[in-house]
Ligand binder design. Sequence first.
Ligand code: KIV
Length: 306
Amino acid sequence: MFRLRLVQRRCFHSSRAVFSAQSNVQRNTLSDIAKLYDSKEKITVITAYDYLTGQMADEANADMILVGDSLAMVALGYSDTNEIPFDEFLYHCRAVSRGVENSFIVADMPFGSYESSTSKAIDSAVQLISKGRANAVKLEGGVEIAPTIKQLTQLGIPVMAHVGLTPQRSNALGGFKVQGRTLQSAEKVVEDALKVQEAGAFSMVLEAIPHKLAKIITEQLEIPTIGIGAGPDTSGKVLVQTDLLGLGNGHRPKFVKTFIEGHSLLVEAMSSYVSEVKSGRFPEYGTHTYKIKDEVLDQLMKRPRA
Ligand code: KIV
């Protein structure tokens, strides 16, 4: 039903230029996400980093699009997510928003934009909503970040939480390690999840935890869990777009499924272009060229040279 409505909206408002950049009225809302959760339909989230990747994820009917700070590494070549300055992140958020009509956009709060004080967090979140045109923000952390989540949600800013492996804290966690494997660590993830729910988060990412723990947490909560490296039983899934499309040529974590080998396919296409230009096979007369009337050419050639 939800899908059908999206398709109807897409057909009805076929003029992307008029509706997409100007307003958010067609995008999914929190109540659309809640309906998916209530009906137990899996919620799909794809990350996006610019206008084109936003547009593609939107056309693929992702329920939500995450402007993830993974963009620092996979789209901008930084060594970790903590390196991206807030303004640079905001710039990308704006670009994604211009490409998205239907999906609900969640923007990550980059490292350094929310930890030091609640007022800083509010200021950053307001910018991501007002200038970045996101519909919600995402913060990493559990118990310690719950008061900030409470403030933001009380001010009407929807918050997606993020517990389990929190990449922004990889220095403290000793790297990108699976969380929740020991009793103490599992208890912490459960406590974090309950506290961020209590603080008002509308959903939460569960990253890199054992799938049985993700199932227990999902069953205990009353808001959707969005898993990445958390198995099949979460309410929804998120994948990094460049992983999903096989665009990166580096390490692929165990939990990633690559749906197309994009990197090699695209490099192959570009190599074909390079060799066709070198050999003179592209562009072809007729197929890739514009015409001019012979009499215009004649007149041009007869003009006295300056
Ligand atoms: O930045 C990101 O892409 C994320 C997802 C992996 C959840 O936070």
